[in-house]
Ligand binder design. Structure first.
Ligand code: PLP
Length: 381
């Protein structure tokens, strides 16, 4: 039977296994596992890739968001505007600083923050806007920056799923005050473990983040702030340094795979394809279609029965999660996010996915939908 996983990281590894094994071995025999030249070089190269002066590496994308917020002195009593349809880490980072996540609904076409709804959510407590470039699709940053400037707000970009994406030919992560990235293995630039980084052009933000990531100390054993331990280790930095030059190549592959899906699926009834934004270049961390909520889970089950993996990112928006009950949001607060969560289905997409595999996915998907399309087919694409 066919077996097409939602993601296969070994194909990427095999492409570079000799280089990676050799470099990893050198780190292992060096005895220098934390910090050092590899981490520093990676930070320099990554800052240059995104087009910022400073890069502070850390343990994860979640930490990068948290450190960015703390470096901007956002905390208790402050509000941060963010979408409810995203990975948990986005709102979590805000909440653990003591600040309040204030959700704004998403746009049904882009899956991203609806920029037209941002201003209505701004209060005197609002300190920042935290847009998420979800699934690799860039947020309309020109508009976010215009609003932020008008209301004197910081902008922190969650670029975890969008390393290499651009809006108006400018890298995501280089628009706001701080750009936050994750190197979790499934991201566009993935390590072989956890890792993250923030980039900025503001040296004092970088210095504050670096200090907080190192137990709040600049000078050893002198704690100026309550910080944490968050670092990218030498092994991950070494692997990321090898992979960074391939980022563009892999993102191009992802774009080609997305284009092929568009072609293969454009005639399939009952499927709403993800949109391709004009004005930006997405990097397709996910290829996320929408299927009527009544049928989504059944279609997913049938894909699985045929050996095809798919994922639901994300089944429950954050404002309805038990953890955020205290924020007091009810069902219906963000109708677009709520409907989207019931309709989304992410198909296999990763560098190395073959055309034949994509054909199989689309054939099985079309077949699964056929028996179900009575009313689904009437939906507009
Ligand atoms: C993965 C992800 C994060 C967190 O990254 P980690 O490295 O897993 O902590 C944050 N935001 C979004 C949108 C993500 O997809």
């Amino acid at each position: 039977m066919t077996s097409i996983p939602p993601i296969d990281l070994t194909r990427q590894y095999h492409l570079l296994s000799e280089q990676v094994n050799h470099a990893v071995n050198k780190v292992l025999t060096s005895g220098r596992y934390i910090g050092g030249a590899k981490v520093k070089t990676f930070e320099e190269n990554f800052a240059a890739t995104i087009g910022r002066q400073e890069c502070v590496s850390c343990n994860s994308g979640t930490d990068a968001l948290y450190l960015a917020l703390r470096a901007l002195e956002i905390g208790s009593g402050d509000e941060v505007i963010t979408p409810p349809f995203t990975f948990a880490a986005t709102a979590e980072a805000i909440a653990i600083t003591g600040a309040k996540p204030v959700f704004v609904d998403i746009n049904a076409t882009t899956f991203n923050l609806d920029v037209e709804k941002i201003e209505a959510a701004i209060t005197p407590q609002t300190k920042a806007i935290l847009p998420v470039h979800l699934f690799g699709q860039p947020v309309k940053m020109t508009e976010v920056m215009r609003i932020a400037k008008k209301h004197h707000l910081f902008v922190i970009e969650d670029c975890a799923q969008a390393t290499g994406a651009t809006w108006h030919n400018q890298q995501v992560g280089s628009w706001g005050d701080v750009g936050c990235f994750s190197f979790f293995p499934t991201k566009n630039l993935g390590a072989c473990g956890d890792g993250g980084a923030l980039v900025t052009n503001n040296a004092s933000i970088a210095q504050a983040a670096r200090m907080l990531a190192n137990h709040g100390q600049r000078e050893r054993y002198l704690q100026e702030e309550i910080g944490m331990n968050s670092r990218l280790d030498a092994l991950q930095a070494t692997i990321l340094l090898i992979k960074l030059p391939y980022l563009e190549f892999w993102n191009k592959q992802r774009q080609e795979i997305a284009t092929r899906y568009h072609q293969l699926l454009s005639q399939v009834e009952g499927v709403i394809l993800p949109s391709v934004l004009s004005g930006g270049k997405g990097v397709w961390n996910q290829y996320t279609i929408r299927i009527d909520a009544k049928h989504r889970d059944q279609v997913r089950y049938q894909l699985q029965e045929n050996g095809i993996g798919s994922m639901v990112y994300y089944p429950l928006p954050l404002h309805l999660q038990p953890a955020y009950q205290s924020l007091g949001y009810q069902v219906g607060a963000f109708p677009v996010a709520e409907t989207t969560a019931q309709e989304v289905l992410s198909l296999p997409l990763f560098p190395g996915l073959s055309y034949q595999e994509q054909e199989t996915v689309s054939t099985v998907l079309a077949r699964s939908l056929q028996g179900l399309t009575i009313d689904v087919g009437k939906r507009k694409k």
